[in-house]
Ligand binder design. Structure first.
Ligand code: SAM
Length: 291
């Protein structure tokens, strides 16, 4: 298990990963731990670091891409919270990184409820620590590809009132869902249940990424369970079909409402692993989803 966990300034610091939790094969990389490594975290194994280093060899800006993606998530949460969203579901949470969704939302509205959903047992372990912080936060170990299980989970229905607007966060997760697994159908299942005025944030690894980065992702996928489906601008836009896209639309995450005056990249260079993001608003929910 994890050696030591402690809250530091409201964040979770993990000093050492000694042994792996039950159900974790230390010879197989996980997207949550690879992402943790790219963000400078310590909750990763040698196999995750090797996977990430292979990626960094062809896309040295993969760390920047991970950080830009994380910053997009935080800006999207702030944006929605300022619009009055008081309940969030984050699908594909990852290992906690400061600030997390609930810390960001609570800084604006302390009464906000947050449900974290991830299928990774290491994420689950950290979530148990998060839970001890209370504050209307809960965590569910579940698979995004089974949306109904999530919507009907008692922990979800305890904290989320689907008759009120919800902020649905699918940041850095849909590229792990294949076309056959029907990402549009997953979103439709949630949209059917969510009230008008709900918001959806998506970020996605793009088919427009540099060819060598795309090739490396394909090679890495061949001997690991991390299969990234890179989708084109139009394919990701289509995922918002029930949502009105808000300004500035679907753009590289580092450019999305990045008005804090902090340029992320010298000369605004495009990243080799391109990740685009957008936020949309659900206007008129329909009933009878496609799944
Ligand atoms: N959303 C966070 C962010 O953007 O900072 C973390 C993104 S991380 C790249 C992707 C996360 O999605 C990982 O923690 C992984 O375990 C999770 N994930 C991938 N496929 C999933 C699935 N089918 N069900 C639940 N979680 C999934």
């Amino acid at each position: 298990m994890i050696n030591a966990l402690a809250f530091v300034d409201g964040g979770v610091a993990v000093t050492e990963l000694e042994r792996v939790p039950p159900g974790v094969d230390p010879s197989v990389p996980s997207s949550a731990r690879v992402y943790d490594y790219l963000l400078g975290g310590k909750d990763n194994l040698a196999v995750d670091r090797a996977f990430a280093e292979r990626l960094l060899a062809v896309a040295p800006d993969a760390r920047l891409a991970a950080r830009a993606n994380r910053d997009f998530l935080i800006r999207a949460v702030r944006f929605m919270a300022r619009l009055g969203i008081r309940q969030f579901i984050e699908l594909g949470t990852g290992i906690p990184t400061f600030p997390s969704v609930h810390e960001t939302a609570h800084a604006i509205a302390p009464e906000t409820t947050v449900v974290y959903v991830d299928y990774d047992p290491v994420v689950r372990l950290h979530a148990e620590v998060l839970l001890s912080s209370g504050k209307n936060v809960t965590s569910v170990q579940a698979d995004v590809r089974r949306p109904r299980d999530i919507i009907e989970d008692p922990e979800v229905t305890r904290l989320i009132d689907f008759s009120e607007p919800v902020g649905l966060l699918m940041v850095g997760v849909l590229h792990f869902v294949t076309d056959e697994e029907d990402p549009a159908g997953i979103i439709a299942e949630f949209a059917d249940r969510m009230a008008a005025g709900s918001h959806l944030a998506i970020s996605h690894a793009m088919a427009e990424s540099a060819p060598e980065a795309r090739a490396q992702l394909r090679t890495a996928a061949a001997d690991s369970p991390i299969h990234s489906v890179l989708r084109s601008h139009d394919e990701v836009l289509a995922l918002f079909n029930r949502f009105e896209l808000l300004d500035p639309g679907l753009v590289p995450v580092q450019n999305w409402r990045n008005d804090d005056g902090l340029p992320l990249f010298p000369d605004n260079e495009p990243l080799r692993i391109r990740i685009d993001g957008a936020v949309g608003r659900l206007e008129r929910p329909e009933t009878g989803g496609s799944r």
